[in-house]
Design a protein around this ligand. Structure first.
Ligand code: GLA
Length: 703
């Protein structure tokens, strides 16, 4: 897929197979004719009476999609080469008769015990050398030939049997790839990967700086995955192992995809990524291999930040996917955060569902349909809770089903252009995450995803739409491009940023970006070595702050965690430190280059200061929120472009009712938008407007 879509329209009935070309080549965007609602269903956990009751309840809730087979390997292949698909045939027949479609998973995330016993070498080895065994899930060594063969076989069997089924909406390849292996199979394939990357040992030794600590490798066989060692690992080895692991898992996924295609199935291919903490994949290159990106999203925050997190996960997924995407899982109710379960109210579940859809999801799918009574996830919530269907939870599920039916016109994709128009781009790359996870950096408290999220949050709070951008992609549509903490940058990426600014773009780069090359070797002469010229600055020293210490800037901003001793070469100083050791020295600078500017943020702005900083940059560039004044009232407004119409999603997270006027119907309540749609706190609305039609926030008579 391209980084940004120019979707050719394709409409398929939710119960008909969507067609796709083989991933890796341009394919039609994922365009079902209705939003998908439903979730993971594991009928193998239940008796047949429960299946029938489930399907009845699904009909009541207008469920149109379930994900099957995700952890069904043992039920589908009870012994090596012995298949039992009768139960799945029956399940598929039952749902098909009820008009319910399905994603079919390859069950390879959870090999059965017989597999372990037959192929003990295919179990993963932890960093500390412990070989794991079955008893949980995700326990496999991805590069073990026995695992790969068994995975291909079961994928092929499923594709031959179900690959042309009219109810098949797509292939759900594996589940949340992410098991890292440090065993002998990984060592072998890691070496092959390194040989391809570096060509010669001499180059590897140089790139990995192995002359330090006598780490020089004289033979490829001497190289291992970064297993537990006495003290610090080599950072280049660590980041290459992350890259290798992502590539290795991707090749396992591609093998499954090819097996399925070879069996003649043309259904769309996806695999579910996960946020917020799952960082095992380099998502852009994975998206290249998929027809549509799907996401499992579990919130790690409560309060208003959870709503910002929904937007963050959605904007990332839409950007990775290059257009429409699939929310494959969210939690129906509570989620266990640390030591307790944090509840999610039914109203919030609905609001979040629309939040994902507003930002390009074609679905609101959940883990899981019916809460398990036993097994490891018996306390993970379900759409049908332990208390059964006579519950507020299930009522809310039914309400969601009918809301999604009413907003169905919004599922259609625009004939051209993006689903959500954004003038702000944030650079994203897994390298940044992995680099900041290497130990012994000047500060371990700066985490990549926190930094990216903090930046995204500032724009979310301002009501300004954002895309994420792949390094090297066409960024010309963005008037502002932000680079938070992308520590390694290649020479080509630096040139790409220079060209962006030269052509008139406004670039904002933060601390800990452009520090090193791809092998994490620091560029000499002052930080951020790779960007010094573009930014017109030179950092002599990084000066992390102690926990809790805050330093004021002269522009009213406050910084924490991170400061730098910065000098300008030809940049203009926008703000200086007002206190402390750095008093009077530059903190924020801007350099004019070509028709654009390159701004450097050398200190970590506290969230409120970050919000104010980006709001002022946006104002200067005349980048406006989707609806002026709405965010300040807690109203999130997202304009999702569609087929000859804009659908304006109104998601009210605030505490006072608001009224929005737009010339078109509000699809959920049926109110006429021309006379103003009133949205109560916690509620949602979707206005259908002519493309580009104006919106207005009306002053509210307090009642
Ligand atoms: C993940 C998995 C699901 C389930 C949920 C909830 O996202 O894909 O199988 O484990 O988490 O824990």
């Amino acid at each position: 897929m391209s980084a940004h879509e120019a979707p050719a329209r394709e409409t398929t009935s939710p119960s008909a197979p969507a067609t796709s070309s083989t991933a890796g080549t341009p394919c039609a965007p994922f365009a079902p004719s209705a939003f998908l609602v439903g979730g993971d269903w594991s009928p193998e956990q239940w008796d047949r009476d429960t299946w029938r009751e489930d399907v009845e309840l699904m009909r009541r809730a207008k469920v149109n999609t379930v994900s099957l087979g995700i952890f069904s390997w043992a039920s589908l292949e009870p012994a090596e080469g012995v298949y039992d698909t009768g139960w799945l045939d029956d399940v598929i027949e039952l749902i098909t008769a009820a008009g319910i479609g399905f994603f079919l998973a390859t069950p390879t995330a959870s090999p059965p015990p017989w597999f372990t016993l037959a192929h003990p070498d295919a179990m993963p080895v932890r960093e500390d050398g412990v070989r794991l065994t079955h008893g949980s899930r995700d326990t496999y060594a991805v590069s073990a030939p026995a695992y790969r063969d068994a995975s291909r076989r079961i994928a092929r069997m499923l594709a031959e049997r179900y690959g042309s089924h009219p109810g098949l909406r797509g292939w759900h390849l594996h589940n949340e790839y992410g098991t890292l292996d440090h065993g002998p199979h990984a060592a072998r394939s890691f070496r092959t990967w390194l040989q391809r990357r570096y060509g010669s040992l001499e180059t590897l030794n140089q790139e990995w700086s192995t002359s330090f600590w006598s780490q020089r490798y004289g033979d490829w066989e001497e190289i291992t995955p970064p297993r537990t060692t006495q003290y610090l690992h080599n950072p280049a080895q660590l980041i290459d192992f992350r890259r290798y692991s992502s590539d290795e898992m991707r090749s396992a996924m591609v093998e499954q995809r090819e097996e399925i295609r070879a069996a003649g199935s043309s259904a769309p291919m996806t695999t579910n990524f996960m946020l917020p903490t799952w960082n095992h994949l380099e998502q852009w290159s994975w998206a290249d291999e998929l027809d549509v990106v799907s996401l499992d999203h579990y919130l790690d925050t409560t309060g208003p930040d959870a709503e910002a997190h929904v937007a963050y996960g959605s904007d990332l997924s839409r950007s990775w996917s290059g257009g429409p995407w699939v929310l494959m899982e969210q939690n129906a109710a509570g989620i266990s955060l640390g030591d307790r379960t944090i509840p999610k109210s039914p109203q919030r579940m609905i609001r979040h569902s629309l939040g994902y859809i507003a930002r390009g999801s074609q679905s609101s799918l959940f883990f899981q349909w019916r809460a398990s009574l036993g097994g490891s996830e018996q306390w993970h919530s379900g759409l049908v809770p332990h208390a059964g269907a006579s519950t507020r939870r299930f009522e809310a599920v039914c309400e969601l089903g009918s809301i999604l039916e009413r907003i169905a016109p919004a599922v259609r994709l625009p004939a051209d252009g993006p689903l959500v128009e954004a003038e702000v781009g944030i650079l994203w790359h897994a390298d940044g995450w992995w680099a900041l996870e290497t130990p012994h950096l000047p500060s371990d408290t700066i985490r990549y995803s926190d930094e990216v999220r903090a930046t995204h949050r500032s724009f979310w709070r301002a009501g300004i739409p954002v895309d994420f951008v792949r390094p090297g992609a066409d960024a010309s549509r963005y008037r502002l491009l932000v680079v938070p903490c992308l520590y390694p940058l290649t020479g080509e990426q630096v040139t790409w940023l220079e060209q962006y600014v030269e052509a008139g773009g406004e670039l904002v780069v933060t601390y800990l970006s452009g520090i090193s090359d791809a092998s994490l070797r620091i560029e000499p002469g002052g930080y951020p070595g790779r960007l010094r010229e573009l930014l017109g600055v030179r950092v002599q020293e990084m000066l992390p702050l102690e926990a809790g210490v805050q330093v004021a800037l002269d522009d009213g901003g406050v910084v924490e965690e991170w400061t730098e001793l910065l000098e300008t070469t030809d940049a203009e100083v926008l703000a200086v430190y007002a206190q402390g050791e750095l008093r009077g020295l530059p903190a924020i600078t801007s350099s004019a280059r070509g028709s654009g500017h390159a701004v450097y943020l050398s200190a970590r702005l506290r969230q409120d200061s970050r919000d104010a900083f980006f709001a002022s940059v946006a104002e200067r560039l005349e980048i406006v929120p989707t609806l002026a004044g709405a965010a300040q009232q807690g109203l999130e407004v997202v304009r999702r472009r569609g087929d000859g119409a804009d659908h304006v999603f109104l998601l009210h997270h605030g505490s006072e009712s608001v009224t929005v006027r737009g010339d078109g119907p509000e699809l959920i309540s049926g109110q006429d938008g021309a006379s103003g749609v009133r949205i109560e706190p916690g509620d949602v609305g979707v206005l259908a407007l002519a493309p580009g039609a104006p919106l207005e926030l009306l002053p509210h008579p307090q009642s």
